[in-house]
Design a protein around this ligand. Structure first.
Ligand code: HEC
Ligand code: HEC
Length: 318
């Protein structure tokens, strides 16, 4: 049974510290840091960047989830092994530990289950885990290091565990918006504050909720107004949650994406169809809420969204 509930959030993902004035806001600050075993984070970081995880050693996880590109590839859809393009936009790995499930359609329960997928996906890394593990086990220095961290040494499970542990460390606190929520009145300008007010008042925060502004539920794209008819060219990826649950009622439902660092995770939507953040906001207002925002209001919401760009390891993302 799938329970897409907030309680399923990882326990270590405690809420950051909002000021008293914002204690009950639907959006909360990210924690400044998460408690994780440092050696496993470091090993996971190496594996995340290791091209030996792909069949022809041309791709690592970072090829499609570049930490210098907002944790995604900033492409409409991703280029996998042999130059093949996938059918769906690459989501950011930043703050992915807060997602209630992984993938747009939620088919992976957690980061460990997720990380097993791309290695064997024929249009992503195109490898076999047995081959990858055998190849890595020829690297004596690496084997010795895994031996110190995992009792069974360098296994598929150990690689998945350390990659997932690294991903849990990809938290991006201290955005201007977080500093404002925590009490620094000057961290946002008047437009961004008005944008946040609109974001809450118009109902965006009913779906884009919590410290990630998303990742907590699966919602229909086109809840108020059909999105797909206007766009045309239906694809398999458009099925969303239905592709995983096989229930017709789940058609076009997608995991609500996090809006953390959203200014960097272009192009937007599962189909990568929007290259303009203002355009994405307009589509959301129309298709999800059945409302329109004036151009001035859209610009204010965009200012607010831009204030969600945080820091990784103390350095502002860009
Ligand atoms: C060829 C590009 C590519 C490679 C290589 C790749 N990914 Fe992805 N990743 C994607 C795409 C595209 C999706 C979305 C697929 C979907 O939802 O159906 C995704 C989804 C994810 C998600 C889910 C995020 C969310 O919000 O649901 C995580 C986490 C992730 N990848 C981590 C990894 C890790 C770890 C590796 C290496 C083992 C990896 N990826 C390799 C393209 C890639
Ligand atoms: C009913 C739930 C719901 C509401 C309300 C909602 N959204 Fe969304 N939002 C989603 C879903 C689901 C997606 C992913 C849709 C897709 O990719 O097809 C999304 C995607 C987005 C994206 C693109 C993110 C990305 O990384 O691709 C932005 C930006 C966004 N929403 C902003 C807003 C704003 C601003 C509002 C209010 C005007 C809003 N949303 C209201 C559910 C919602």
């Amino acid at each position: 049974v799938l329970t897409f509930v907030k309680e399923a959030r990882k326990a270590h993902y405690a809420t950051g510290t909002a000021s008293a004035a914002h204690a009950t806001d639907p959006v909360q600050p990210l924690p400044e840091k998460v408690d994780l075993p440092a050696e496993k984070v470091a090993m996971g970081e190496r594996m995340f960047h290791d091209k030996r995880l792909s069949a022809d050693e041309t791709l690592s996880c970072a090829s499609c989830h570049d930490l210098g590109k907002g944790g995604c590839d900033q492409a409409r859809t991703s280029k996998g092994i042999g130059g093949q393009f996938g059918g769906i936009n690459s989501p950011t790995v930043f703050n992915s530990g807060a997602n209630v499930r992984q993938f747009w359609d939620g088919r992976a329960a957690d980061l460990v289950e997720q990380a097993a997928g791309p290695v064997e996906n024929p249009i992503e890394m195109g490898a076999k885990w047995d081959d990858v593990v055998a190849k890595l086990n020829k690297d004596a220095a690496l084997v010795a290091e895994f031996g110190k961290l995992y009792p069974d040494g360098l296994t598929k499970g150990a690689v998945l565990d350390c990659v997932a542990t690294f991903e849990k460390s990809l938290v991006t606190p201290n955005s201007p918006f977080d500093r404002w929520l925590s009490g620094d009145e000057n961290a946002l300008d008047a437009d961004a504050k008005k944008g946040y007010e609109l974001f809450v008042a118009r109902g965006c925060a009913t779906c884009h909720v919590g410290e990630s502004l998303g990742g907590q539920s699966f919602e229909k794209m086109g809840r108020a107004e059909d999105y797909f008819e206007a766009r045309g060219n239906p694809t398999d990826a458009d099925k969303g949650l239905e592709g995983f649950t096989k229930k017709e009622g789940d058609r076009h439902k997608f995991k609500v994406p996090t809006l953390r660092n959203v200014a960097l995770t272009f192009p937007w939507f599962h189909d990568g169809s929007q290259t303009d953040l203002a355009g994405a906001v307009k589509v959301m207002a129309k298709c999800e809420l059945g409302t329109t925002l004036s151009d001035a209001e859209v610009a204010q919401v965009v200012k607010f969204l831009e204030s969600l760009t945080g820091e990784f390891r103390g350095v502002p993302l860009k």
